[in-house]
Design a protein around this ligand. Structure first.
Ligand code: SF4
Ligand code: SF4
Length: 104
């Protein structure tokens, strides 16, 4: 069974929908994204855009490990992982960005 030590972001599943950030009771998830036009559309198809994730960060100094973000993500882009987010000397170091959240 996977422990609830930290949270992993599966970046390719994330649509930048912001649901996790809105539902997080601690406001410890930060998401930045931009919109790009989808290329390779069939001829005559209506132009489409998609969100592209620029930043996803969790501030472990605020996280309560409640799991609401994992439960609410409709795209299975967040998972529990066993290793704990390690203590750090500064608040900045306790904010983990995409490479940190993908590395477990
Ligand atoms: S586990 Fe809870 S407090 Fe931590 S990031 Fe997810 S929703 Fe926020
Ligand atoms: S709810 Fe899931 S898909 Fe939406 S921004 Fe959060 S991690 Fe990404």
């Amino acid at each position: 069974m996977t422990g609830h030590g930290s949270i992993v972001l599966i970046e390719q599943n994330c649509t930048s929908c912001m649901i996790c950030a809105r539902e997080c009771p601690s406001w410890c998830i930060t998401i930045d994204s931009h919109t790009e036009t989808v290329v390779d559309q069939p001829a005559g198809a209506r132009a489409r855009t998609e969100n592209v994730l620029d930043r996803f960060a969790i501030d472990w100094s605020l996280c309560m490990f409640c799991g609401i973000c994992v439960d609410e993500c409709p795209f299975d882009a967040l998972e529990w992982a066993t290793p704990q987010a390690l203590p750090a000397r500064t608040l900045t170091a306790l904010t983990h960005e995409i490479p940190d959240l993908s590395a477990h």
